[in-house]
Design a protein around this ligand. Structure first.
Ligand code: SF4
Length: 357
């Protein structure tokens, strides 16, 4: 339905992004990366939640010294996030990191860029240039007066040129701003100027509720325009929620399938069962299902039978009861108290392999 923008393929460890490869969900630990135990514990939680690439902040040598252990412990490719210090970047490459996030214009001159590019190339480590509206170069702020989308793009192109000058093209770019319209505009502009894969996100989006909505709006628009090869939802709080929201955004657009989708109606004056707890129980029941099933939980006979019939499994409720549909057929009518058990039983039958949450 959406035409992906053609980007170059870039390998990140065992994964390939760009081109027509799946758009991958990325997150970042918020633990102190000098603390091996808590960081590995969070990396595992992120991986269990479906995070496909994990970024780690590497603020100093103590954190960098842990990178080898992080690489060994991780089931997914790791990205080392480094600012200014090219030696930390070299340590990260030696440690076996799958990708670097560093802006070559900030590491102190062409000799260091040359060395970093040659080491990264030797080890097949791509570099993400991450432009952030909050940390643009002073001369660009003076030129554009504000961190405008044009200023962000010019910053990205400058960093890109430095790497290209060293014949290094394993590049991924991100252009993050907390303003949704600015971010979208910046990615649109950059996508007209180069074909490097894009890591998309709305930075500093906020806490769970507002941050999820702002991310869904921003990322949704860009994805629908074919922009984006990896994404991160940035939320203040547990990064596992970033993964859950990121997966839901991709699944909502039909770009990835991560498991079951529950369709439930908002209820209205026609509903004669207590639908909200029922829908929540069904959500919990299917949370561990990896099979792309569609489950409909509907409040009455107006739209209920239509939605339930289109689903793999559905219930259209009436007065204190539910009509159960399985793959288009009515299979039984049960009292309200038996609806959830009936749905669970039917789900087990639909796929023996279905693991219920
Ligand atoms: Fe109302 Fe029925 Fe529609 Fe649910 S399915 S919102 S109860 S009309």
């Amino acid at each position: 339905m959406f035409i992906r923008r053609a980007t170059r393929e870039v390998r990140i460890g065992k994964l390939v992004i760009g081109g027509q490869n799946p758009i991958l969900v990325q997150s970042m630990t918020n633990t102190d990366t000098r603390d091996l135990h808590s960081t590995i514990e969070q990396m595992n939680r992120l991986t269990d939640a479906g995070c496909e690439i994990i970024r780690l902040a590497v603020p100093d040598r103590e954190a960098a010294a842990n990178l080898q252990a992080f690489v060994r412990a991780s089931a997914v490719p790791l990205v080392a996030d480094i600012h200014f210090d090219y030696q930390l970047a070299l340590t990260a490459i030696e440690a076996g990191i799958s990708k670097l996030r560093i802006n070559p214009g900030n590491i102190g001159g062409s000799d260091r860029v040359r060395l970093l590019a040659s080491k990264a190339k030797e080890r097949g480590v791509p570099i993400r240039i991450g432009v952030n509206a909050g940390s643009l170069e002073r001369e660009l702020l003076e030129k554009y007066q504000n961190p405008t989308p044009q200023a962000m793009v010019e910053s990205a192109l400058r960093h890109i040129e430095l790497l290209e000058a060293e014949n290094f093209t394993d590049i991924v770019v991100s252009l993050k701003a907390s303003s949704v319209p600015h971010t979208i505009e910046a990615y649109r502009l950059l996508s007209q100027k180069c074909d490097y894969p894009l890591h998309i996100g709305i930075t500093e989006a906020g806490t769970w509720f507002k941050g999820s909505i702002r991310s869904a709006v921003g990322l949704g628009i860009m994805l629908a325009e074919g922009l984006g090869d990896t994404l991160r939802v940035s939320l203040t709080g547990d990064p596992v929620r970033e993964v859950e929201v990121g997966k839901e955004i991709l699944q909502s657009l039909g770009l990835r399938s991560f498991g079951a989708t529950v369709v439930s109606c908002p209820t209205c004056g026609r509903c004669q069962v207590n639908l909200e707890p029922l829908a929540e129980k069904v959500e919990a029941l299917v949370s561990g299902i990896k099979t792309p099933l569609r489950i409909a939980v509907m409040g009455c006979a107006v739209n209920g039978p239509g939605e339930a019939r289109e689903a793999d499994l559905g219930v259209a409720c009436g007065k204190g009861e539910g009509l159960i549909f399985r793959r288009g057929e009515i299979i039984k009518k049960v009292p309200e108290a038996a609806i959830i058990d009936t749905l669970e039983e039917e789900l087990r039958q639909i796929a023996d392999s279905v693991r219920l949450g």
